[in-house]
Design a protein around this ligand. Structure first.
Ligand code: PEP
Ligand code: MG
Length: 879
C-alpha cells in the first residue's frame, strides 16, 4: 500500500544478545534500577550491525560504514550517507565521553524502511566535530518509529559513565556493547539530591513522547535565560540540573510523569513559573497537537503513489510538487508559419516590425502583471523578455536584413535564430537559458506579424499537458486554464518554465525524455506525481483511488486555510502578526479583504507611471489612490512613493543611460532629483488621506520611501513630505522606509530614530547583499534566500527598531515561503505582507507556530555559515 512521505524520527531499542555483563554500575539506587527496567522494549540490535575494532580516517569514513551497513541490512532504501552528513553539518551528534549518535536529517526519513541501529567501535577514535571531540563509539540510528526516548535514556546511562563509555569504545565485544544498550543500564547519580530551594512547583508531562531530546533542549535554552539562578528537574529519586540536555534525558521522563521544577537564586520564582508553565503547556508541539513549528508544508504530507498493478510508468525530473489525475493533452506547438522573404521596402517593413514589437511589449507587460499578482518574483522573467525587444544588437541585425529587402517577419526570424543559436552554443548555463527566452520572444513577434494568435488553444476540460518543451509564455498562459500538471520531454528543474510552474502551483515533471511523446496517447488518463518522480499511464483503480485521496487531502488543506482566513493570525504563544497584502492596482485592492488580509503592507505605486505615456497629473493619481483607499477603508494602507528605475523603468522619464541601473538613479534617488514629480505624488497621497480622514474620521494611510541608503535621503524625503502635507492641510501620516539596501540595515539604529516604521524588502535586500541580480532567476537559487548574511541584516533591523519602539514589517516575496516566514516571526517581525492569494496559508502558518520557540531556533540559525545550515535548522526542529 502507500506510505507517508514524512515519517517521524524515532528509535526503538532492546538488545538481542544478553551475554556478558558490562562493567558493574557503582552507585545505582533501587529506584533507578526499577525505573530503568520499566523501559525495556522489544527492539533488536542485530549482532552483525555492531562493527567492532574499526579503523577509520575521518568522520565521513565512519558515517560511510554506517550508511553501507544500514543499506545492507535493509534499514534504509538507498544510500543514507548524505542524510547522515547533512545532520552533522547542521548540528553535531556528538554526545560526550567519546560517543556520538549519527542519524539522518528529517528530509531523508522517507528513505528509512525499518528502524535499525548500526554501531561502529573505533578504538583509535576519530575527530567528530570542529571542537575536536573524538568519537570511539558511533551509534548510528535509522528511525522509522518513535521510540528513541528509550534508547536515548539508555545511551545517556552509558555516556555519563566515562569508564563504561571508554570500555565500550575501545575494548568491549559486540555482546557487551549490545548488552550495555539493551540491559537498560540505570542512570546513576553520584550527587546527593538537592532538597532546599527558593521556589519549587510540581507539574505533569503532557508531551506524548515524554522528555526526549527536543524538549530537553528547549528546557536547557529556557534555563540559560536565568543566568545566576540554579534550576533543577526532579523525578522521584532522580534529579538533574537544567544546564545539561543529557542529564535531563537521563531522568527517563515519560508522558504523564509528575515532576518538580525547582530553583535557587535571584530569579527563582520567575524561572519556576515560566518553566513549569511551558512544561504544562507541552514542549513538543510536533508530538502533541499535530500543529508544529517544524512545518506548515502541507505538500509534504501528500501520499506516495505505489502503482500496485505495475502500469506503464515514466520517470522524470520533479520540477514542481503536487499530484494530478486527468486526460493527456498533447501540445502541438510545432505550427510553423510560412514566412515570405520578400519585403515591401525597408521603411514599410520597419514600420511593421516596430508595431509588432510594441504590441509584443504590451503583451509581455500584461503577462508580467498577471503573473505578478500571484508571484512577483517570477514575473520578472517577462520584464526581462520585454527588454529583449529593445536589444540594440538584435534591432541592428534585423535592420540589415530589412535594408537588403527582406520582410519584417523574415528579418526578425533570421536574427533571432542566429542570436539564439549563438547563445545555445554557450558553455554557460545562464546564457543557454536565456536562449529559450529569446526564442519565446521571437515567436511572439512573428506570430503578431503573421496575424496569428499568440495564445494557444487549450482544452476546456481538466488536462495533463504533455509536450516536448514549454516556453515561459506558454506556461504563464496556463494559469487560467484547467491544466492539472505539466510533463515535458526536455527541460530541467531550474528552467524558467519550471520556476513558473512552481509559482503557479502546477505539478510538473520535466526531462522525461523522448518516450513521453512516443508513449502517451492523446486523451489517455494519466496520473502525475512529481513527489514520487513518476507518471503512470492508464492508472488502475487502486492508483486512481490513491490519487483522489491525495487530491482531496490537498483540497481539504486549502479549504481549511480559506475557511479561517478572517481569523486573526496569532501564534500559539499569543503573538499577533499582522498579515497584510502587497498590491499594485485598484483591482488588487478588492482582493485584500476577499483573502483575509488586514490591510496593505505595500502599495507599489509604479503602476501609476509605468504604463502611462506621460506623467499622470495630481488629479489622476489621487483618483486612482482614492479608489484603493475606499476599498481598504481605515485599515493600514502603506503607500510606497514611486520606485522608478532598476527593474521598473518608465518610458516618459528620459534618464541618461546607466551601465548598471540597479546601482544607479532609482527609487528615492530619482525622487530627490525630480522633486517636482515627487511632490506631485506626495500631494496626491495627502489629498486622499485628508479626504478619507474627513469622511471616515481617520485614515490608515502611511507613506513609505523606497531604496533609502543614507540618512540624509530619509531626512530630505521627510522634509518634502511635511512641506506638502502642510500645503494640503492634511493630517500627519506615519512616515516609514523600506530596508532593502544593506547600508540601511547596517545603520538601522540611526534610521529608527527618524522613521516611524520599517518594511524590509527582501527582493532587493537579497540582491544587494549577495550581489545577485534579482532579474536573473538562474543566478539567484532558492537556497540563496536563506543566506545567513540576509538573516543578520534582518536581525539588525528588528533589533534596532525594537530598541527604538518602532515596528518592522517585511514585504519581499520571500514572506510567502513558510520556512522564511518562520524565520521572520522568530526575528521579531510584526507585520508580514504578501500577495492576497498567499494570505490564508500564511495566516494558518502563523497560527501553527510558537514564536518563543522560533526565537530560539533563529538564534541557532544566526550562528550558521551557509544557507543549507539555516534551512536545516529551521526545518528540522525534531531533535
Ligand atoms: C523588495 O525589494 O523586496 C520590495 C518589496 O520592493 P520591490 O520588489 O517593489 O522592489
Ligand atoms: Mg525593492
Amino acid at each position: 500500500m502507500f506510505s507517508r512521505l514524512t515519517k517521524r524520527f524515532g528509535l526503538p531499542a532492546k538488545a538481542e544478545t544478553e551475554t556478558k555483563p558490562a562493567p558493574e554500575p557503582t552507585t545505582a539506587s533501587a529506584t533507578e534500577q526499577a525505573s530503568a527496567e520499566q523501559t525495556a522494549s522489544s527492539f533488536k540490535i542485530e549482532a552483525d550491525a555492531i562493527l567492532i575494532d574499526q579503523k577509520v580516517e575521518s568522520r565521513k569514513d565512519a558515517l560511510a560504514l554506517i550508511a553501507a551497513k544500514m543499506l545492507e541490512k535493509g534499514y534504509v532504501s538507498s544510500d543514507y550517507l548524505e542524510a547522515l552528513e547533512a545532520r552533522e553539518r547542521a548540528v553535531s551528534t556528538y554526545l560526550m565521553n567519546g560517543i556520538a549518535i549519527p542519524h539522518g536529517v528529517n528530509e531523508a526519513k522517507s528513505l528509512v524502511t525499518k528502524t535499525g541501529v548500526v554501531i561502529v567501535q573505533i578504538p583509535e577514535g576519530v575527530v567528530w566535530n570542529d571542537k575536536g571531540d573524538r568519537v570511539f563509539l558511533a551509534v548510528g540510528i535509522a528511525a522509522a518509529g518513535n521510540e528513541h526516548n528509550e534508547v536515548l535514556q539508555k545511551l545517556t546511562g552509558v555516556v555519563m559513565d566515562e569508564a563504561l563509555a571508554t570500555h565500550l569504545g575501545t575494548e568491549a565485544d559486540a555482546g557487551a556493547i549490545a548488552e550495555a544498550l539493551g540491559q537498560s543500564l540505570p542512570t546513576r547519580s553520584t550527587e546527593a539530591l538537592v532538597t532546599e530551594f527558593d521556589a519549587s512547583t510540581s507539574c505533569a508531562i503532557v508531551d506524548a513522547a515524554g522528555l526526549h531530546a527536543r524538549p530537553a533542549t528547549i528546557l536547557v535554552q529556557m534555563a540559560e535565560e536565568f543566568a545566576g539562578t540554579d534550576i533543577w528537574l526532579t523525578r522521584g529519586e532522580l534529579q538533574a540540573k537544567m544546564d545539561s540536555m543529557t542529564r535531563l534525558l537521563s531522568l527517563g521522563i515519560v508522558h504523564g510523569d509528575s515532576i518538580e521544577v525547582s530553583a535557587t537564586g535571584p530569579r527563582a520564582q520567575e524561572a519556576v513559573d515560566q518553566i513549569s508553565a511551558a512544561i504544562a503547556k507541552g514542549l513538543d508541539p510536533v508530538e502533541g497537537s499535530g500543529a508544529t513549528n517544524n512545518d506548515y508544508q502541507p505538500l509534504d504530507e501528500l501520499l506516495e503513489l505505489t502503482n500496485p498493478k505495475g502500469r506503464a510508468l515514466l520517470r522524470g525530473i520533479p520540477a514542481s510538487p503536487g499530484i494530478a489525475l486527468a486526460d493527456a493533452f498533447i501540445l502541438d506547438s510545432a505550427t510553423e508559419f510560412h514566412i515570405g522573404k520578400e519585403g515591401a521596402g525597408s521603411a514599410h517593413e520597419r514600420g511593421l516590425l516596430d508595431a509588432a514589437l510594441q504590441q509584443a511589449h504590451e503583451q509581455l507587460l500584461a503577462v508580467k502583471e498577471e503573473v505578478a499578482a500571484r508571484s512577483p518574483a517570477e514575473a520578472v522573467i517577462f520584464l526581462a523578455q520585454a527588454e529583449l525587444l529593445k536589444d540594440t544588437n538584435i534591432l541592428t541585425e534585423a535592420q540589415k536584413h530589412l535594408d537588403d529587402g527582406a520582410s519584417a517577419a523574415w528579418a526578425w526570424q533570421q536574427t533571432i535564430d542566429r542570436e539564439a543559436s549563438v547563445m545555445e552554443d554557450s558553455a554557460a548555463e545562464r546564457i543557454r537559458a536565456r536562449a529559450a527566452d529569446l526564442r519565446d520572444v521571437g515567436r511572439r513577434v512573428i506570430t503578431i506579424l503573421q496575424g496569428g494568435r499568440t495564445e494557444l488553444t487549450w482544452p476546456d476540460r481538466p488536462f495533463v499537458l504533455i509536450s516536448k518543451e514549454l516556453t515561459p509564455s506558454q506556461t504563464a498562459e496556463l494559469s487560467k486554464k484547467p491544466v492539472r500538471a505539466i510533463c515535458t520531454e526536455l527541460g530541467g528543474a531550474t528552467s524558467h518554465m519550471a520556476i513558473l510552474a512552481r509559482a503557479l502551483g502546477l505539478p510538473a515533471l520535466v526531462g522525461v525524455g523522448s518516450e513521453l511523446l512516443a508513449t502517451v496517447k492523446a486523451g489517455e488518463a494519466i496520473a502525475v506525481a512529481p513527489q514520487s518522480d513518476l507518471l503512470i499511464l492508464s492508472p488502475d483503480a487502486e492508483t486512481i483511488r490513491q490519487v483522489e485521496d491525495c487530491i482531496h487531502q490537498w483540497h481539504r488543506v486549502q479549504e481549511r486555510e480559506f475557511a479561517s482566513k478572517d481569523e486573526p493570525a496569532i501564534t500559539r504563544d499569543g503573538a499577533e502578526i499582522e498579515v497584510v497584502c502587497n498590491i499594485s492596482s485598484a483591482a488588487d485592492a478588492d482582493k485584500v479583504s476577499q483573502h483575509g488580509g488586514s490591510g496593505v503592507g505595500l502599495l507599489r505605486t509604479e503602476f501609476l507611471f509605468e504604463t502611462a505615456k506621460a506623467e499622470p497629473d495630481v488629479e489622476t493619481q489621487a483618483a486612482e489612490l482614492a479608489k484603493i483607499a475606499r476599498s481598504i477603508g481605515t485599515q493600514t494602507l502603506i503607500v510606497r512613493t514611486s520606485d522608478i528605475g532598476g527593474d521598473k523603468p518608465v518610458s516618459w522619464l528620459k534618464q541618461p543611460k546607466e551601465d548598471n541601473p540597479f546601482l544607479g538613479v532609482r527609487g528615492i534617488r530619482l525622487s530627490l532629483r525630480h522633486t517636482d514629480i515627487f511632490k506631485r505624488q506626495l500631494e496626491a497621497i495627502y489629498r486622499v488621506a485628508k479626504a478619507q480622514a474627513e469622511e471616515l474620521g481617520s485614515t490608515g494611510i502611511h507613506i513609505m520611501f523606497p531604496m533609502i541608503s543614507a540618512l540624509n535621503e530619509f531626512q530630505q524625503a521627510k522634509a518634502l513630505a511635511q512641506e506638502v502635507r502642510q500645503a494640503v492641510g492634511a493630517p500627519e501620516l506615519p512616515l516609514g522606509m523600506m530596508i532593502e539596501v544593506p547600508s540601511a540595515a547596517l545603520l538601522a539604529e540611526h534610521f529608527a530614530r527618524e522613521a516611524d516604521f520599517f518594511s524590509i524588502g527582501t527582493n532587493d535586500l537579497t540582491q544587494y547583499t549577495l550581489a545577485m541580480d534579482r532579474m536573473n532567476p538562474d543566478l539567484l537559487m532558492p537556497q540563496d534566500n536563506y543566506s545567513p548574511a540576509l538573516l543578520h541584516m534582518i536581525a539588525m533591523t528588528t533589533k534596532a527598531a525594537n530598541a527604538a519602539g518602532k515596528w518592522v514589517g517585511v514585504c519581499g516575496n520571500l514572506v510567502a515561503e513558510p520556512d522564511f516566514a518562520k524565520i521572520l516571526i522568530g526575528l521579531g517581525v510584526k507585520e508580514l505582507s504578501v500577495s492576497p492569494v498567499n494570505v490564508p496559508a500564511l495566516k494558518e502558518l502563523v497560527r501553527s507556530v510558537d514564536r518563543s520557540q522560533l526565537e530560539s531556533l533563529v538564534q541557532k540559525a544566526l550562528q550558521a555559515g551557509t544557507p543549507e545550515e539555516v534551512k536545516t535548522i529551521i526545518r528540522d526542529t525534531d531533535q
